[in-house]
Design a protein around this ligand. Sequence first.
Ligand code: ZN
Length: 686
Amino acid sequence: MKKIVFMLTSLLLLAACNGNKADSQSVADDGIDSTFEYKVDKFADIEILRYPVPGFNSLSLGQKELIYYLSQAALEGRDILWDQHNRYNLTIRRVCEGVYENYMGNKSTDDWQKFETYLKQIWMANGIHHHYSEDKIMPQFTQEYFVSLVKSVDPGRMPFRDGMAADETLNEIVPVMFDPAVMPKRMNQTPGADIVQTSAVNFYEGVTQKEVEDYYNSMKDSNDNTPVSYGLNSKVIKENGVVTEKVWKLGGMYDKAIERIIGWLEKASAVAENDHQKSVINSLIDYYKTGSLETFDDYSVKWVTDTTSRVDFINGFIETYTDPMGLKGSWESLVNFKSIEASERTRVISENAQWFEDNSPIDDRFKKEEVKGVSAKVVTVAILGGDTYPSTPIGINLPNADWIRRDHGSKSVTIDNITFAYDKAAEGNGFKEEFMWSENEIELTKKYGTLTDNLHTDLHECLGHGSGKLLPGVSTDVLQAYASPLEETRADLFALYYLADPKLVELGLLTDSEAYKAEYYSYIMNGAMTQLTRVQPGKNIEQAHMRNRATISNWVIEKGQADNVVVYEKKDGKTYIVINDYDKLRELFGELLAEVQRIKSEGDFEAGKNLVESYGVKVDQNLHAEVLSRYEALNIAPYKGFVNPVYKLVTDDKGKVTDVTISYDENYIDQQLRYSKQYSVLPLKN
Ligand code: ZN
């Protein structure tokens, strides 16, 4: 599970926080000084940033080499994700790139600008649907203009499949790109619709939702205490009228990319830091070779119990947010190394995990008697790949399999250098001044915002996801499309509830018992109001994390109405959130946490659906319009993406690796085009 945070409330003071002190210290040590350029590009609703990798140069040669090979493996899976998102994505991207690089006509026109923006947008989304709203990105140039561009380029320079002519390729992709009715949503969650047939993702073809449900239900054994993640690594199709799977493995679907990933993993295995880490990598290689989900579980158990290696990584079919059925893993990778000093914060939290579980405001029947191995650390990211690139989470908690979490615990990471880059890029953007009620909230968030934001992430990831248990015989699958938003709701509530606990001051994690108010205010303001900047007028809230934040915020506003706990106030015609009673607000968070835990533990689909649909989906049109216009005036892009640094192996004349260098000078367009050349071996259609 990922924590995706949008740094709309980005807060700039670093002084109070151990983690960030260490971070800014090492940033300086690595020569990443005040001239470091965090801002790279800006287009449509996107801003592209650059993140520094403090501490990389101080790693051992072996660790750097390991990061290098893992980073190559991270980049090789890019096209898998593109194809997973939609089966026309690779064709559309390669045709657009062919035009972009070879068109000899006039590039100073408005139309060309719009074409370039479209290409930048689909790079950001890893496909033609918006990475966050799931809506198809509509080109702002005409179909005629696009056809004229494609036809003007020498066909020999274009990626037309199997000798297909321009016309045939265009016939295939033009409706997909330009007709608003064709594949309008990457993932459709509309209740009542066949969410399999109406979603544009390439996880299913020629099958109905009912057929997919029957197919997987027939595999499940309710007595199995350690079930595999059914359907995680395959596409469901119909062959000769029979529903079956195409597995993503060596020799299966995505063979060519997986072969390259394995190649890099083998090199990584050879320079692993220790035997445990080596066996983690080798199990992953076995999994890619066989597609066996038992092997994936074996790998996951080894991965979660590797808590001593400095370098760590994720690589594979992991998160299921993009599948309307919540089964299929999107390909992703992320390579990181532990930030030693900053990890002190999460160490303290982890060591007290049992105390937090015991004192949680949930029903005792749903508490874990023994919280196992909550391993948490703060890391510095070295490369982002697949579903973590260009848009990236700031916290990760894995593995997702409930039984592995129950029996072996989970590993939780907070990504400090990404948060740091967000904060640097947001300095002085005027956001707080526009949306916060008074100087009090502005001051409070300036003083404690970064610290409480980081602590929120730590608590969400280290403890929130790992807390609580299912009643015997209950599976989270029963919550279907509501499982993700409810799980994020649960983890967020856990974090919010405990941020205000005196225990945090006692443990030395907070110095001021008022500090939590910074996060409470920012959270509600975001969940009830400012996150609406990422929803188009007239649309519902779709994304799991946004649904979760809206659910929490709107619920506490409604439940606290009688006592005036959190209210909307008007000033000069503008709407603001005002929190009148922070103590009562904490009680409400606890109350909702107890209910969401009950829903998960008992598998109460109806209650879960009701909660999310009542509070987390619909948008107040007037408030939405107001927020959009105030936000527009600030000229801030609501979504951020990142470019990666570039790593190079340095070898001596015998070919022996002597160093790995890091540089930060690649821009967004060059990086995307380079990735499309260097890491692109899949056929146009898979
Ligand atoms: Zn989460």
